[in-house]
Design a protein around this ligand. Structure first.
Ligand code: FES
Ligand code: MG
Length: 600
C-alpha cells in the first residue's frame, strides 16, 4: 500500500469478492453442518439469518470497561453509540469482554497483564467470526495491548479511547491524575498534610468518569494511537463526559465498517513512517517514558524494526509544545479546547517533521492535521517558541546497562542547577550509589539517617524489571529522604531496571536493559560505588574496574545469580519464562513470530 494514497477501489472490490472472513462461519454452503451450528447459537438472542448471511461485516467491540476497570468503564456507555454507527453503516456489532486491566489497583502491577490482555484478544480475533474490530482503549496498558493484538491478527481495527476525566481542582488549582500523588507524598513527608488531607487532595484529581487527565501513560498512548493513524482525527483528547465523545463513538463505529469494505488493515497503517511520526509527537506532547516500551512492542508484532536508539534519533531534538502536567501546568480539558493532537501535529507538519502515513479515515496524518493550529498558545506552544527545546528521550549506555531512557522534558531547574551546570563539565555529574533491591527495601531504608544519603547520592532501584518484579514495577522514581526534602533537596538522580509512572515528573534513568534479574550489570553495582552520568556522551557508568566487576560477577554466579521473589500466580511464572527486556518492548518472545495471522 502506498501510504500517501487512499486505498484503491480495486482493492476494496477485491476484498469484497474474496468474501468476508465471517462468511466462513455463517454462510458456507460447503460446510453446512458447522455453519448451522455457528448460526443457531449466534441467533439465539434475536439475530436473523438475513442479518448474518447478507454479507454484512461483523464488527467486534473489544470491551475493556467494567466495575474493576473504572478508567475504561465509560466504554460501556460509548459502546451503544459505536453500535449505532456500525448499524448505520451496514455492519453488525458483536460486543465482547476482554481481560480487564486497571493501572492503579492491580497487584503486583498492571503491566504484568498487558501481555495477558494481548493474548486474550488475539485468541478472540483469530478464533471468532469477526471482520473488523473497535478497540476500546484508555487506561495505560489497555491501549498498547489491544493494538498489539490487532497488529498480530491484522484485521481492520480502529481505536476509540474512553477520554480523559474532566480537570481536577483543589483550592482553585488544577490537580492532575497521578501527578498530584507525587506532590501529596512530598507534602506528607514534609509534614504539611496528614492522612485525611492526603486522601482528599488525591481524590480531587478524579472528578468524573474517564482515564487520567494528565499527559501520563493513558493520554500519551492514546495521543500516539492517533499519531500512528489508528483513530479518527481529533479523537484522543476529547474528555470522557463531553458530548463530542459520544459523537466520536458513533463516527468510529461507522468508519470501521468502511475500513472492512476497503480492507484497510493495521499493516497498511503501522508502517515505519507511522512509528517515526509517533516518536516525534511523543516528544512534542511530553509523553510518558512507558511509550518506548509499548511502541517497540507494537512494532515487533507488526514486523517493523524499531529500537530505543530510534527514540533518541528521531525524538530527542523535538521541542516540548504541550503544556500539560507532569511536564507543564494544564490538564486534559485544556488540551482538548486548545486543539488536541491535530493542533500538535499541525506545528510539526509546518516544520516538515511529519512523514506520509495512512490513517484510519483513509487519509494521511499530514492531510488530516495540516493547518489545524491551536487557538490557545498557553496550552500548545509554537514550534519556534517551544516550552523546552530538545525535549525527547536520551538513550544512555555504559557498563551499567545496554540501554536506559531519560526523559529530558521533566528536568527541573533545581535538578539542572545541581547536577548539569557544573562549569568544568556541563551535562555530566558524578555521585555515590545507594542501591535498593525492590520497592520494599527502598521503603524500609530511605528515611533512615544511617544511610547517609545526601545531594551527591545517586539512588539505584534494581530487581524491578519484567522478570525481577513480574511485569516491571513503576518504582524507579524515588523521592528523596524526608530529611533532605525538609532541606529543600526535592530530587535526587534515580536509576533503575523498572519503569516510572507517566504521571511522574522525575528525570529518572529507567527501563534499564538488561535487567539485574536476567544478568544485567545493575546486579553488580554496590552502595558506595562512584557513578558517572554524561548526558552529552549518552553514557552511564559505575567507576569500577573491569577486574573488580569480573570478581563481582563470579561471586554472584557462584551464589546462583541475582535473587528475586518467587511468582505468586501461574501467569507470573509463565510470563517470566518468555518475556523480553523493556528495551525490546517486554513482548512475549514466542508471540512475535505470529504475524499477520489472518492472512496465513
Ligand atoms: Fe487508569 Fe491512569 S490509572 S488511566
Ligand atoms: Mg502507570
Amino acid at each position: 500500500t502506498k501510504p500517501t494514497s487512499k486505498p484503491s477501489k480495486a482493492k476494496a472490490v477485491k476484498a469484497k469478492a474474496a468474501g468476508l472472513r465471517s462468511q466462513a462461519w455463517f454462510d458456507n454452503p460447503n460446510n453446512a453442518d458447522m455453519t448451522a451450528l455457528y448460526l443457531e447459537r449466534t441467533m439465539n438472542f434475536g439475530l436473523s439469518f438475513d442479518e448474518l448471511q447478507s454479507g454484512r461485516p461483523i464488527i467486534g467491540i473489544a470491551q475493556t470497561g467494567s466495575d474493576i476497570a473504572p478508567c475504561n468503564r465509560h466504554h460501556i456507555v460509548l459502546a451503544e453509540r459505536v453500535k449505532e454507527g456500525i448499524r448505520d453503516a451496514g455492519g453488525i456489532a458483536f460486543e465482547f469482554p476482554i481481560h480487564p486491566i486497571q493501572e492503579t489497583c492491580k497487584r503486583p502491577t498492571a503491566s504484568l497483564d498487558r501481555n495477558l490482555q494481548y493474548l486474550s484478544l488475539v485468541e478472540i480475533l483469530y478464533g471468532y467470526p469477526i471482520d473488523g474490530v473497535v478497540l476500546t482503549t484508555g487506561c495505560d496498558k489497555t491501549t498498547p495491548a489491544q493494538i498489539m493484538a490487532a497488529a498480530t491478527v491484522d484485521i481492520p481495527a480502529i481505536a476509540l479511547n474512553a477520554g480523559p476525566m474532566l480537570n481536577g481542582w483543589f483550592n482553585g488549582e488544577r490537580t492532575g491524575s497521578g501527578t498530584i500523588v507525587w506532590r501529596a507524598r512530598e507534602m506528607m513527608a514534609a509534614g504539611e498534610i496528614g492522612y485525611e488531607g492526603f486522601l482528599k487532595l488525591v481524590a480531587s484529581s478524579a472528578p468524573s468518569t474517564g482515564h487520567c487527565n494528565t499527559m501520563g501513560t493513558a493520554s500519551t498512548m492514546n495521543s500516539l494511537a492517533e499519531a500512528l493513524g489508528l483513530t479518527l482525527p481529533g479523537s484522543a483528547a476529547i474528555p470522557a463526559p463531553y458530548r463530542d465523545r459520544q459523537e466520536m463513538a458513533y463516527m468510529t463505529g461507522k468508519r470501521i465498517v468502511e475500513m472492512v469494505r476497503e480492507d484497510l488493515k493495521p499493516s497498511d497503517i503501522l508502517t515505519r513512517e507511522a512509528f517515526e511520526n509517533a516518536i516525534i509527537v511523543n516528544s512534542a506532547i511530553g509523553g510518558s517514558t512507558n511509550a518506548p516500551i509499548h511502541l517497540n512492542a507494537i512494532a515487533r508484532h507488526i514486523g517493523v524494526e524499531l529500537t530505543t536508539d530510534d527514540w533518541e534519533k528521531h525524538g530527542y531534538k523535538v521541542p516540548l509544545l504541550v503544556n500539560l502536567q507532569p511536564a507543564g501546568e494544564y490538564l486534559g480539558e485544556d488540551f482538548y479546547r486548545a486543539g488536541g493532537v491535530p493542533a500538535v501535529v499541525a506545528e510539526l507538519v509546518a516544520k516538515d517533521k511529519i512523514k506520509p502515513a495512512m490513517t484510519a479515515n483513509g487519509k494521511t496524518l499530514k492531510d488530516n492535521c495540516e493547518g489545524q493550529f491551536t487557538s490557545d498558545r498557553k496550552v500548545i506552544f509554537a514550534y519556534n517558541k517551544p516550552m523546552k527545546k530538545d525535549a525527547g528521550f536520551l538513550n544512555l549506555k555504559g557498563n551499567l546497562f545496554d540501554s536506559a531512557i531519560m526523559k529530558t522534558s521533566v528536568i527541573t531547574d533545581e535538578f539542572r542547577k545541581r547536577y548539569l551546570e557544573n562549569e568544568s563539565d556541563p551535562m555530566a555529574f558524578e555521585g555515590t550509589a545507594i542501591v535498593f533491591d525492590g520497592p520494599e527495601d527502598y521503603h524500609h531504608r530511605i528515611d533512615d539517617p544511617k544511610m547517609k544519603i545526601d545531594e551527591h547520592s545517586v539512588l539505584f532501584m534494581r530487581g524491578v524489571g519484567p522478570v525481577g518484579y513480574p511485569g516491571a514495577a513503576e518504582v524507579v522514581n524515588m523521592r528523596a529522604p524526608d530529611y533532605l526534602l525538609k532541606k529543600g533537596v526535592t530530587a535526587l538522580p534515580c536509576i533503575g531496571d523498572g519503569r516510572q509512572s507517566g504521571t511522574s515528573g522525575s528525570p529518572s534513568i529507567l527501563n534499564a536493559s538488561p535487567e539485574a534479574a536476567t544478568g544485567g550489570n545493575l546486579a553488580l553495582v554496590q552502595t558506595g560505588d562512584r557513578v558517572r552520568i554524561d548526558l552529552k556522551k549518552r553514557t552511564a557508568n559505575m567507576l569500577v574496574s573491569d577486574e573488580e566487576l569480573k570478581l563481582r560477577r563470579e561471586k554472584l554466579d557462584a551464589a546462583g545469580g541475582y535473587k528475586y521473589p518467587p511468582s505468586q500466580t501461574p501467569w507470573q511464572e509463565i510470563q517470566r519464562s518468555v518475556v523480553a527486556e523493556l528495551s525490546e518492548g517486554m513482548v512475549l518472545k514466542p508471540a512475535v513470530k505470529y504475524q499477520r495471522i489472518h492472512a496465513t
